[in-house]
Write a protein that binds this ligand. Structure first.
Ligand code: NAD
Length: 263
């Protein structure tokens, strides 16, 4: 059966908002126990409480900064102590910074890399260790982007980091195979979340065009139908990867973008 995550334990980073939150909702609806991990513990606690009430699954909210190795490890320990295992990691936490390369502040570049690349590495490492120790295998799903395959203006750090995540997913697929661990990347097109809402005026300013033009030309101009991808679309893809029965699907990427970047 596709999308079968009933009874699994799924850790989703950056799940207090946007895409990660929708993944947590979809997984809970499908019967998975879910861990809502985020910098924003108030919002994470609220999401965890609602999902427990609505879907009657076990939930846990943890304050996790994915760039902090000690915090990642202690959260993962806590999850395994409480639930006995981790079956699924969705490495999703992320930020965006809009600036041209020549104006890109190095501190912002490093911060973005820390969250996207080092955060995905640290959470994957901690979860893989537990999956191997418990001998229960697992699925590691990494939130890439169309920008794992394409470049655009004023996002060099994000684009470089998202390209880098392809290497991590492929490496986990190779090293995880002996332990029944699969890894795949999701490549969303533009999804209207706080991360995207924030960059519309920033791109308008950087490019000297209107906010309407940013949406129409920059964000949706290369889609086949001018439509935004939704959080629901991306959560469906995550559920597909998480619940895929065999190990046939590993080291791969799936772009969901209304046809932006047809491969
Ligand atoms: P969002 O801003 O709605 O949510 C991001 C979440 O990550 C927030 O809850 C935030 O608190 C959390 N976070 C940030 N830094 C963190 C850290 N250091 N540790 C733990 N949590 C942290 O953004 P979103 O649009 O839902 O983005 C989620 C992921 O999807 C990101 O990796 C993003 O790059 C990717 N993505 C988004 C789009 C899009 O159009 N929205 C497109 C492609 C890929």
């Amino acid at each position: 059966m596709l999308g079968n995550v009933k009874g699994k334990v799924s850790l989703i980073t950056g799940s207090a908002s946007g895409i990660g939150k929708e993944v947590a909702i979809k997984f809970a609806e499908a019967g998975s126990n879910v861990v809502i991990a985020d910098l924003n513990i108030e919002a994470a606690t609220q999401v965890a409480g609602e999902l427990k009430k609505v879907y009657n699954v076990n939930t846990l909210a943890v304050k996790m900064d994915v760039t902090n190795e000690a915090e990642v490890n202690s959260c993962v320990d806590k999850i395994v102590n409480l639930f006995g295992k981790i079956d699924v990691l969705v490495s999703n936490a992320g930020i965006q910074t809009i600036a041209s390369i020549v104006d890109f502040p190095f501190e912002q570049w490093k911060k973005l890399f820390d969250i996207h690349v080092h955060g995905a590495f640290l959470t994957s490492k901690a979860c893989m260790k537990k999956m191997i120790e418990k001998k229960n295998g697992g699925k590691i799903i990494v939130m890439g982007s169309v920008h794992s395959f394409e470049a655009s203006l004023n996002k060099a750090a994000y684009i470089t980091a998202k390209h880098g995540l392809l290497g991590l997913v492929r490496s986990i697929a190779k090293e995880g195979a002996a332990h029944n661990i699969c890894s795949n990347l999701i490549g969303p097109g533009f999804v209207k979340t706080p991360l995207v809402e924030k960059q519309i005026p920033e791109q308008a300013k950087a490019l000297g065009i209107s906010e309407e033009e940013v949406v129409k030309k920059i964000m949706l101009g290369e889609t086949v139908d001018g439509q935004f991808t939704t959080t629901d679309d991306i959560a469906d893809v995550a559920l597909f990867f998480a619940g895929f029965e065999s190990n046939a699907l590993t080291g791969q990427s799936l772009i969901a973008s209304h046809g932006w970047h047809i491969q």
